[in-house]
Design a binder for this molecule. Structure first.
Ligand code: IMP
Length: 207
């Protein structure tokens, strides 16, 4: 496995940071959020998750001099042609001034309005994880996973973050926000993408 002692996580989203840190904990790598180095949010100008994840990872690695891991993710609602998709974080507007809870609430309100009167409420979360060993790494490690469900009209549960209270997993009859943290990490787009990435890391030759 590639020798990694320290890894910066290219995110300022506390929900994501919590989940990523918990999933990577068994690897015994020192995992630090980019905020610990004063790294500001990177621009996410691209129309694909993978391009945005790469941009975030390279940005964090360039500013810290460390290997960096980024997640770009979002909820793709089928009746909306895949929206909000890569725009999920700021679906209801850019709103730098509002806190994350308010942003999540406004995003969910906008999603419910967009789906009003629609029978097809199927959706999937998508997560692309990218790990760069240095800012110009020509061979980033990339892993992707989806998590399928349906958008409810009424929220349920207090766990998770973002769209989770409205995201029902039909096989479980529970929303993402009704799952314990470990349960969500075992099933979710982020948890499974990270598991693939960890496997890729294990398969790399030792430095
Ligand atoms: P990013 O920071 O541009 O990748 O934005 C990801 C956004 O997608 C988050 O801010 C949430 O709105 C949404 N999202 C991604 N993953 C999840 C999840 O696991 N639960 C709920 N919302 C999520």
């Amino acid at each position: 496995m590639l020798t990694l002692n320290k890894l910066v996580i290219a995110s300022n989203n506390p929900g994501k940071l919590r989940e990523i840190a918990a999933i990577l904990a068994p690897l015994k790598i020192e995992v630090l959020p980019q905020a610990a180095f004063g790294v500001p949010e990177a621009e996410e100008p691209h129309c694909t998750f993978v391009e945005n994840a790469l941009a975030k990872a390279r940005h964090a690695s360039r500013l810290t001099g460390l290997p960096a891991l980024a997640d770009d993710s979002g909820v793709c609602v089928h009746a909306l042609g895949g929206e909000p998709g890569v725009h999920s974080a700021r679906y209801a507007g850019t709103a730098d001034a509002v806190d994350r809870e308010t942003q999540d609430r406004l995003n969910n309100e906008k999603l419910l309005q967009a789906l009003a009167g629609t029978d097809d409420r199927s959706a999937h979360y998508c997560c692309v994880i990218v790990l760069v060993r240095h800012a110009d790494d020509p061979q980033p490690l990339i892993a992707e996973a989806e998590w399928h469900g349906e958008i409810l009209e009424v929220p349920r549960g207090n766990g998770g973050f973002g769209y989770d209270p409205f995201f029902l997993i039909p096989e479980l009859g529970r929303t993402g926000a009704e799952l314990a943290a470990a349960e969500k990490n075992a099933l979710s787009h982020r948890g499974r993408a990270l598991a693939v990435l960890v496997q890729r890391l294990r398969e790399l030759p030792q430095d």
